[in-house]
Design a binder for this molecule. Structure first.
Ligand code: 4NP
Length: 156
């Protein structure tokens, strides 16, 4: 089993969106038996909450299920249990590197999508641009799944 954890600041806008989009792609590819997906926030302010309304609206508009999502804060065990820890922006990345055990690799979503015009998934909690964030998340998740399939020779 390959385990993928998406991380952002609050776990109510970007990382739950990435979790739902990635899960959707995994199911489409017939890889649910091989890949497990979760998400977490660097902060715990919204623990227990459903995703932000903007995230729920954009996912529903795209026909992507999201009913199971509940915010939680990242815990030390996540660094052992997840193979790919994938965050949204450079601030997340430096905070993750600060708290990760030495030698644990952490990733930024759009580093998997070098054709994207952006390197960071902006925070729609502040910008309100949930549709644009969805486009970035979709591009990143597609490229990430491609990368995982290559690294693990998954046929689906
Ligand atoms: P997220 O957005 O990291 O994409 O979930 C945020 C959500 C909440 C807060 C910040 C960012 N907050 O400060 O409460």
């Amino acid at each position: 089993m390959i385990r993928v954890l998406f991380v952002c600041l609050g776990n109510i806008c970007r990382s739950p969106m990435a979790e739902a989009v990635f899960q959707h792609l995994v199911e489409e590819a017939g890889l649910s038996e091989h890949i497990r997906t979760d998400s977490a926030g660097l902060g715990g302010w919204h623990a227990g909450a459903k995703p932000h309304r903007g995230t729920r609206q954009v996912l529903s508009a795209k026909g992507i299920r999201h009913d199971w999502l509940t915010a939680r804060q990242i815990v030390p065990a996540d660094f052992e249990q997840f193979d790919y820890i994938v965050c949204m922006d450079e601030e997340n990345l430096s905070e993750l590197r600060r708290i990760a055990p030495q030698g644990k690799k952490v990733f930024r979503l759009l580093d998997f999508a070098p054709e994207s015009n952006e390197q960071n998934v902006e925070d729609p909690y502040y910008t309100g641009r949930f549709e644009y964030v969805y486009q970035l998340v979709e591009a990143g998740c597609s490229s990430l799944l491609q990368r995982i399939r290559e690294e693990h020779t998954l046929q689906g």
